[in-house]
Design a protein around this ligand. Sequence first.
Ligand SMILES: Cc1cc2nc3c(=O)[nH]c(=O)nc-3n(C[C@H](O)[C@H](O)[C@H](O)COP(=O)(O)OP(=O)(O)OC[C@H]3O[C@@H](n4cnc5c(N)ncnc54)[C@H](O)[C@@H]3O)c2cc1C
Length: 442
Amino acid sequence: MDHDVIVVGTRAAGAATAMLLARAGLRVLAVDRARFPSDTLSTHQVQVPGIARLGRWGVLDRIAAVTPAVPRVRLDVGAAVLDGRYPAVDGVDALYGPRRTLLDATLVDGARAAGAEVREGFAVDELTRDAEGRVTGIQGRNRGEGRGRGPSTVPITATARLVIGADGKRSTIAEAVGAGAYHVRPPATFACYTYWSGVDLPVGSIYVRPGLTVPAFPTNDGLVMVAVFAPLAEFDRFRADPAAGYLAALDRCGDLGERVRSGVRAEPYRLAPDVPNLFRAAHGPGWALVGDAGIVMDPVAGQGISNAFRDAESLAAAVARGMDAGGRLDEALAGYQRERDAAAWPVFAMTRDLAGLRISTGQRLLLGAIADDPVETSQFLGVLAGAVRYDEYLRAGNVLGRIGGGAVRRLRRVGSPAGVGAAFGCRAKAGPEARDVSAASG
Ligand SMILES: Cc1cc2nc3c(=O)[nH]c(=O)nc-3n(C[C@H](O)[C@H](O)[C@H](O)COP(=O)(O)OP(=O)(O)OC[C@H]3O[C@@H](n4cnc5c(N)ncnc54)[C@H](O)[C@@H]3O)c2cc1C
């Protein structure tokens, strides 16, 4: 074998995984058809737990030097406004929104510095297998660098004990191995976002209105990123005139439309209607998946990058363990899938509820009851950041304690703890154990 591990895709998930594997002493080849630095269709709030991981990995300083920290966020749901600070995770108490040009390139450089071989402009076409069907490597092509120069026609192969697909939600690797999908939910939203200069935005802001969620966060180069998430059913009408639809949405969010119009739009509107929600099997003979290739969720909650970092860390540890002398790789990978699914489920459940783009009566009561309490506000913002588990936060007893007697009486008809959970949008029973495995693959 040429390598211990080949990682396909070198953005949030792949570059982080390659870096951590190389640091563990493994021989790593990481390839991506893109070149870096380059952008991708994604906004880029990295939640506090993701930033804490960047800090732990020693790559945060380069990002933090040029990206505004966002320790404070204002959540405006119309009937209530929460304005507070994120709880700290490993001493980190701020979100950052680095452009993907910066974030992904920083991780690619980190992977190289750790000893991984990174090949940019290399597109994987297919996998190679041994006689038993175990994946043994990749076959792909170098892509031309100049305009009009397509992929080279000469196929190149490389072999490894493990091929990791970190190649995003439409993963070639997942499709090639037929990775089974589960927890499949229909797409619910689309996003439209762009960047503004000359807009004063001292804190991160999230507006929620019926059928609408609008995050606005500062990013690099003095720009502010403002995104609109709306129901997918409205996409055809919206795309006929994105500027009109986008500004009309901002006009429903306090003075945000006015503030944005006082600035200058710095980049084109970007439209993102392809937002699947599903888990895929995380491993099989000679392969594993990480990042969006393995679990993809609606971007409305801004969790994908932090999820990718969490799973990169868990997968790299499992692979290092499994490739140790006497280690059992397949068993270690099975442990990775269990750990991944258990950690991702509450985030997936929260995201699914946020993708409904509505605030229920129970949620309104809760937010109204905690808005004046900085500790409770911080806890709730911790839930949105993925730092506090959604299912635990919404456990019926906790919720009732928070909203107080008057609200409890209004909810009395709900009765059972499960009913209370439902009133808050929490489907406590539908955990990973209740797998609704679909026949779909890839
Ligand atoms: C509109 C939108 C807004 C979002 N906003 C946020 C946010 O604010 N915060 C957040 O945390 N997440 C956000 N996300 C989610 C986030 O973008 C993803 O979760 C994240 O990019 C996943 O990282 P990844 O490395 O798994 O995949 P990707 O970032 O998709 O990277 C996959 C890489 O694989 C490469 N690749 C694919 N196929 C091949 C091949 N055959 N050969 C070689 N290379 C290949 C691609 O070139 C690419 O570089 C958003 C997503 C969208 C769509």
